[in-house]
Design a protein around this ligand. Structure first.
Ligand code: GAR
Length: 189
């Protein structure tokens, strides 16, 4: 049995896909959705999906053990970042070493690093004239977007693409692959 906690800062479409995917899996339980934003749409999704949620502040995360204590209280053994924009602090990295997964909306190591999230990534890919983009699922370590890569999938970048249209194509890839890759990762432990 695995108990997952999902971190998300925004809309939470990936979080929702993950919850739905594991609803029929008796081996994997989503114990909590956490967000650093009290008005993030992911919290509404959590309510609709009947998954407990928790909002935390910058101080809870970086200046106290509050978030780690919450994760321990709910028994989370693996952390899933799904559109979560803050760097994970050392206390949580140490406690969940090798058990924190992230999804990035581009083909790392390109278009990663600080400030590279959401539309900024798609905008940069288009400006750079790339003919393809994709998704990267990777382990998290101390640096943004630098941990071990577990999976990548590609999609074309079309001449008429805007950051929005490319984001839509990337989201489809993410929804298709992230839950399944999480399952594979858990089976590999
Ligand atoms: C996703 O495309 C995810 O890859 C990206 O944010 C989006 C969240 O969408 N993450 C990053 O850019 C992290 N650097 P969602 O809230 O609908 O799941």
């Amino acid at each position: 049995m695995n108990s997952l906690a999902i971190f998300a800062s925004g809309s939470g479409s990936n979080a929702e896909q993950i919850v739905r995917y594991f609803q029929s899996d008796s081996e994997v339980h989503i114990v909590l959705i956490l967000s650093n934003k009290a008005d993030a749409f992911v919290l509404e999704r959590a309510r609709g999906l009947s998954v407990p949620s928790h909002v935390f502040t910058r101080h809870d995360f970086y200046g106290s053990p509050a978030v780690l204590e919450k994760l321990r209280e709910v028994g989370a053994d693996t952390l899933i970042l799904a559109g979560f924009l803050w760097l994970i602090p050392d206390n949580i990295l140490r406690a969940y070493s090798g058990r924190i997964l992230n999804i990035h909306p581009a083909l790392l190591p390109d278009f990663g690093g600080k400030g590279m999230y959401g539309h900024h990534v798609h905008d940069a890919v288009i400006r750079d004239g790339r003919k393809k983009s994709g998704i990267t699922i990777h382990l998290i370590d101390e640096e943004y977007d630098r941990g071990k890569i577990l999976f990548q999938a590609e999609c074309p970048v079309l001449p008429e693409d805007t950051p929005d249209s490319l984001a839509g194509r990337i989201h489809q890839l993410e929804h298709l692959h992230y839950p399944e890759q999480i399952k594979k990762f858990l089976q590999s432990l």
